[in-house]
Design a protein. Structure first.
Length: 601
């Protein structure tokens, strides 16, 4: 492991590494940068739509090639510079032939079929009925709401009255309940999960929290209040039977999105967080198949909860959302699989745009609008599919019963006590919109046609569909994505892409009138994000910092710490790559001396 030693300046000193005894080939598509940069940026991403000359650079001899045999190994980059100074004539001839082939042939990292790029955006904590239920008024085929939906005030006392689902949702603060236990009560009306999913416990559970929580969970947005979604639903496809993968909170569901399992997690597990979740991901499958991916992040890349993505070989696949995403889209160089992450912490300068209560849905709408319009203006538009969904329902009402039968455990792992969940039922229904010029206007996607009679659309449908779209040779990641419904047929109904897709989306309505509260205490989800940053920075070993994150850190302090930690992690990784460290390694940092001093009472 590469270890970054503490520094009195708060910046990592040069990492110390134990060199590999046996030289190993670096990944064939990557060349280490000449100097550190943060965040790291790839000059030419893997996936291109015009012939690129960048692969020619990788044909120069390295420390492992025949032309370099006999030279002392001074590190991969040093050997590469030494050998490339005077390339032999036979090498130049070989390069000329390959250059001609590259110019004559299509790009080598192309997927079959019309879709070459899949863009995934996962928003936070809203149910289908809460965000899209009233879209039924615009398209009766959507399984939305009419106003006749209700919940009893008390599931055991019919005389307690009813609360009907209404229109005109507003700014929500505080956050509704959405722990594993609270979701069970919302679905079943009690702690007994053996019966049918009646979806009648939302009001009862909300009232147990006090305040005006009942009004919050029993109201949905009018279509004009979420005008960006109104236009996307009218122009493309909405899935009205897409469920969260697990009836629990954010991180377990986000883990399912790219790996088809949460590794047994039903909530945040500090021990696994520190180690990183070890399961194989769709990122690994794409990489091994020679296809490209990119993560465009704004705060900390939450996909780094996966341990494998912390490896040096993936370092250059992470990009700052601003300005890199727009630049890659403009140049037509977005990767085959692009994951876009939000601002998860709310500040006045950079408002949170993930839709997680108490964040402003207006900012989330503006974020989706920016992504869509960037893709629409890209030369890759006619080869793009954008998947927009939410990790879980966040405690908000939904009337469609969650599937409780025929759902396979991904890997046989049982969740921790006291619930010992076997992952044999799904979570509450969430919004899901599919966007592509290959999709007919006003498409409504109901349940899937297989691959089994009980299959459903859920987050594991994303890696399952990517496998089919790109004809990936690897097996499915788990039994869950092998079971999940796939949606490739939605982009296969047309023989040519549409030319009438809107270039711009309407401006949304402002929901929150006040500025972000930077002095607010961190939410549970935000604490998990800051804890991830502390792991990347090596500070998870400091109990004082963990206590501070949990009990005393506010949003402003969290943002400052998180950005510094992420910056140092990527800088250490760049240093490791320059030193020729094996790309399979993970940079493991020690706590900085500055951090230790700052945490003293």
């Amino acid at each position: 492991m590469a270890v970054c030693c503490p520094s009195t300046t708060g910046q990592p000193s040069p990492p110390h590494f134990t060199p590999n005894k046996t030289p190993r080939h670096r990944h064939r598509h990557r060349r280490g940068p000449s100097r550190a940069s943060y965040p790291p940026a790839r000059a030419t991403p893997h996936h291109t739509h015009t012939p690129s000359l960048s692969p020619i650079l990788l044909l120069l001899p390295t420390a492992h090639s025949r032309e370099c045999r006999g030279q002392p190994r001074k590190g991969i980059m040093a050997a590469r510079r030494t050998c490339s100074a005077r390339p032999p004539s036979r090498l130049l001839a070989r390069m000329a032939v390959l250059l001609a082939l590259l110019l004559a042939a299509p790009p080598c990292l192309q997927a079959g079929g019309p879709i070459k790029t899949v863009v995934v955006v996962v928003m936070e904590n809203r149910s289908f009925d809460h965000m899209l239920g009233w879209m039924k008024r615009l398209n009766p085929e959507i399984d939305g709401v009419t106003g006749a939906e209700w919940n009893p005030a008390n599931t055991t006392d019919p005389a307690a009255g009813r609360v009907y689902f209404g229109e005109g949702a507003q700014y929500v603060d505080p956050d509704p309940g959405h722990s594993f236990q609270e979701i069970r009560q919302q679905i079943f009306g009690s702690d007994d999960a053996s019966g049918p999913a009646r979806m009648d416990g939302f009001v009862q559970q909300a009232r147990s929290l006090g305040g005006n929580m009942t009004d919050a969970v029993m109201h949905g947005f009018a279509p004009d209040s979420v005008a960006v979604y109104r236009e996307l639903v009218a122009q493309f496809a909405v899935c009205d039977r897409w469920f969260a993968s697990v009836p629990s909170s954010t991180q377990p569901n986000r883990l399912f999105v790219h790996s088809g399992t949460s590794g047994g997690a039903t909530s945040n597990n500090p021990q696994l967080l520190a180690k990183g979740y070890p399961q194989r991901t769709i990122f690994d499958n794409l990489h091994d198949a020679g296809l490209s991916f990119g993560v465009y992040f704004q705060d900390v890349p939450a996909v780094l909860f996966y341990r494998n993505l912390r490896k040096l070989k993936y370092l250059l696949d992470f990009h700052p959302f601003h300005p890199t995403f727009r630049d890659h889209a403009r140049r037509g160089s977005l990767p085959n699989y692009a994951v876009i992450e939000q601002h998860y912490l709310d500040s006045k300068l950079d408002p949170a745009n993930d839709d997680h209560p108490s964040h402003d849905v207006y900012q989330g709408q503006m974020f989706v609008k920016e992504i869509y319009e960037t893709l629409r203006a890209s030369p890759q538009w006619n080869q793009t599919l954008m998947v927009l969904t939410y990790d879980e329902h966040g405690g908000f009402f939904d009337h469609v019963p969650t599937p409780v039968h025929g759902v396979p455990s991904p890997d046989g792992i049982v969740g921790p006590p006291p619930y010992n969940f076997t992952f044999d039922r799904l979570g509450v229904r969430v919004p899901a919109i599919l966007i592509s010029p290959w999709i007919e206007k006003g498409t409504v996607v109901h349940g899937p046609n297989g691959p089994t009679p009980t299959s459903q659309y859920e987050h594991s449908s994303i890696p399952a569909t990517v496998k089919k779209l790109f004809d990936l040779p690897q097996d499915f990641l788990t039994k869950r994505d092998a079971w999940a419904g796939t949606f490739e047929s939605v982009v296969q109904a047309r023989t040519e892409p549409r030319t009438d897709c809107p270039e711009q989306l309407p401006m949304p309505t402002r929901i929150r009138q006040s500025e972000a509260n930077e002095e607010a205490k961190l939410s549970e989800f935000q604490q998990e994000i800051i804890q991830l940053a502390s792991v990347l920075n090596g500070d998870h070993e400091l109990s004082s910092l963990q206590d501070r994150i949990r009990d005393r850190m506010n949003v402003r302090e969290g943002i400052a710490y998180m950005r510094g930690a992420v910056k140092r992690f990527f800088e250490a990784g760049m240093s490791a790559k320059r030193m020729g460290v094996d790309d399979e390694q993970i940079v493991k940092m020690r706590p900085s001396l500055t951090t230790r001093i700052e945490q003293r009472p």
